[in-house]
Design a protein around this ligand. Structure first.
Ligand code: ZN
Ligand code: ZN
Length: 209
């Protein structure tokens, strides 16, 4: 009896190892309840990005998703679709990792940008270097730099470029061909927070395109 019980336990642990190796993501189950600070993603909605569990009360959890904003999900309905995200999978400076900045991701990305841009809309003023409108994304010849329409409009003189696609994030890289000048073409800083712009290059300092 004792022996067979031991064997079945080993079989279970081997199965668990097999599952975690093959599926990579481990779905939350009723066994492991979500708690404040847990990082998750919705397997059916990859466009929402990663989210952080802000509060769980009874059967409802409030989760702030990077691209979707604040959502209140019913745990029993949502858990089959939620998978754990490790801290290593999100940017080191992500607001998801800082409880004091969780409130900065209550609105979807587009609304955040719209709200922030309110009163200082992007401008069609031509760039003094290339003469193209500042609110149009420009690419360097090697496509390794792209201008941010909002940073460029804010500059008011020249296109302001950043590393592409790194400074623009995954979502932008995915949709840029379909919607080259949508809200998604803003740089990561414009989309998420007010940190100072890093590594910017002015249009006049870039080789002619
Ligand atoms: Zn320019
Ligand atoms: Zn920008």
């Amino acid at each position: 009896m004792r022996r067979s019980r031991r064997i079945s336990f080993d079989a279970v642990s081997m199965l668990l190892v097999a599952i975690s190796v093959h599926s990579h993501v481990v779905a939350f189950t009723g066994v492991r309840a979500m708690k404040r600070g847990d990082l998750v993603k919705h397997t059916g909605r990859p466009e929402w990005g990663a989210g952080v569990v802000v509060d769980c009360t009874g059967d409802k959890c409030t989760i702030h998703f990077e691209e979707k904003g604040r959502l209140v999900l019913q745990v029993t309905a949502a858990t089959p679709h939620l998978a754990a995200v490790t801290r290593a999978e999100v940017a080191a400076d992500s607001a998801l990792l800082d409880p004091q900045r969780w409130d900065s991701i209550v609105l979807p990305t587009e609304q955040r940008v719209a709200k922030k841009a309110k009163g200082k809309e992007t401008t069609t003023t031509p760039c003094i270097a290339c003469k193209r409108p500042l609110n149009r994304s420009q690419y360097s010849e090697d496509k390794k730099l792209k201008s941010c329409p909002r940073c460029s409009s804010k500059d008011g003189r020249e296109h302001v470029f950043y590393d592409y696609p790194d400074a623009f994030g995954q979502t932008d890289a995915r949709v840029s061909e379909a919607t080259p000048d949508g809200a998604q073409s803003y740089c990561g800083q414009c989309r998420t927070n007010d940190e100072p712009y890093r590594g910017s290059r002015r249009c006049s300092s870039i080789a002619p395109r």
